[in-house]
Design a protein around this ligand. Sequence first.
Ligand SMILES: C[S@@+](CC[C@H](N)C(=O)[O-])C[C@H]1O[C@@H](n2cnc3c(N)ncnc32)[C@H](O)[C@@H]1O
Length: 217
Amino acid sequence: MQKETILVLAEAGRSIKDVVVNNMENFEEEIEEEFTAEENFSRYLENLDLALEDLNKNILDIGSGSGDFARWAKENGIKSRIESIDPQAKEGIKAVAENIPFKDESFDLIVSVAAIPNIYTGEKESGEKVNLSFSEMERVLRSGGEIRLGNVLIGEKYKSQQKIKESIEEKLMEFEEMGFEVEMIRKPSGDTYEYDEKNNPKEMLAEAYLVIIRKKS
Ligand SMILES: C[S@@+](CC[C@H](N)C(=O)[O-])C[C@H]1O[C@@H](n2cnc3c(N)ncnc32)[C@H](O)[C@@H]1O
């Protein structure tokens, strides 16, 4: 664990847990508003169950959106290398998960929040894109490394959801057959619902999971 990482949080009078808890308490009220970089950073910690030690790794954020995860870390003294890719990237590298512009075995930790594989919902070729993305993640991950996919939504109501569910299940089974360890952790706070006219949840559309894939050393 790097001294600097602890110092940054300690100097600010807070622990990682405080940052997460404080920001998650306001999460639902502020969902319509724009998040600050710190709130986005803390959402990543929460969604991915990241520990302090993880912030000392070589990290790739796929579908990084605003790029706030890497930016907040850098601006707050976290010394690890965090690269971000997103086809719409304003910060980081413009690239897609299906074609990751890094050499084999470049990262200890690959993360993606609310992006892969959810973004392929509704696309005809979703199965192929999910497969390509997972293969690329596996390629750029070091032995002993981890892939953490936060807020993965699994639903069966719509055909597009069923296709994604099938592709994920198929790919995770393949990972297990190749000797990877796969863990799926339920995260009910990320579940999605259909709402009635009074804005009360009517029906659950998808269950949220944190998916962890570990590559053996
Ligand atoms: C819901 S946003 C999540 C952004 C960020 N991870 C967060 O949690 O704030 C999904 C992101 O996936 C990106 N995306 C879309 N297609 C992608 C692809 N093929 N590969 C990687 N990212 C993609 C979008 O541009 C968007 O920024």
